[in-house]
Design a binder for this molecule. Structure first.
Ligand SMILES: [Zn+2]
Length: 187
């Protein structure tokens, strides 16, 4: 969907750019839960494990695990400093907003692609599925398998996927809006 010149005009001055932190929040809440966003917020421009512990009141092991996840997503980075007296390292964490947004958008683009593929594969076909959901097959494949699930051996039944595809479609639209808004920000 492409919006005409009106949006172009608006973007030059008055259009509000979406807050990247809000998107990150939603993503982190989805994947790591409320504790994840708590940790993300307390990291901010720089915080040690102890500072994060004080502000979130979570256990240090839990904080570490969340930080490791955030780090693997590329959302946070750390620097470490050795304490000369006891030889321990102090980690200072901070949010890397640019890389976080890049990675976040890459994940969203991938999700968009995945949903588009699914929609085009399932639109206009009849899908057969077993009760446990281990298999989803088009009619032809279901027929070849004699309408039996190859893993649980249950009967395959016609699956009305209309509602599901509607949900997929609205997710795709939401993602396209998000990606279109972000697209204007890249250099
Ligand atoms: Zn099955």
């Amino acid at each position: 969907m492409r919006r005409a010149s009106s949006s172009k005009r608006a973007s030059s001055s008055s259009r509000k750019t979406p807050d990247p932190m809000q998107f990150l929040d939603e993503f982190v809440a989805d994947s790591l839960g409320e504790k994840g966003t708590q940790v993300l917020h307390s990291v901010g421009d720089g915080a040690t494990d102890e500072v994060i512990e004080q502000s979130t009141r979570l256990k240090i092991a839990e904080i570490r695990s969340i930080l490791n996840h955030l780090h693997s997503y590329g959302f946070v980075e750390y620097s470490r400093e050795k304490n000369m007296q006891n030889g321990w390292f102090t980690y200072t964490w901070k949010v890397n907003m640019d890389r976080a947004m890049q990675n976040f958008l890459m994940l969203k683009r991938r999700e968009h692609e995945r949903l588009r593929n699914r929609l085009s594969a399932e639109e206009g076909t009849t899908i057969y599925s077993c009760r446990k959901g281990c298999t989803r097959l088009e009619f032809e494949r279901a027929y070849e398998n004699k309408f039996k699930c190859s893993s649980c051996k249950c009967d395959l039944r016609f699956l009305d996927n209309k509602q599901e595809l509607k949900r997929v479609e609205s997710k795709i639209t939401a993602l396209e809006t998000l990606l279109a808004n972000q697209g204007t920000r890249t250099p």
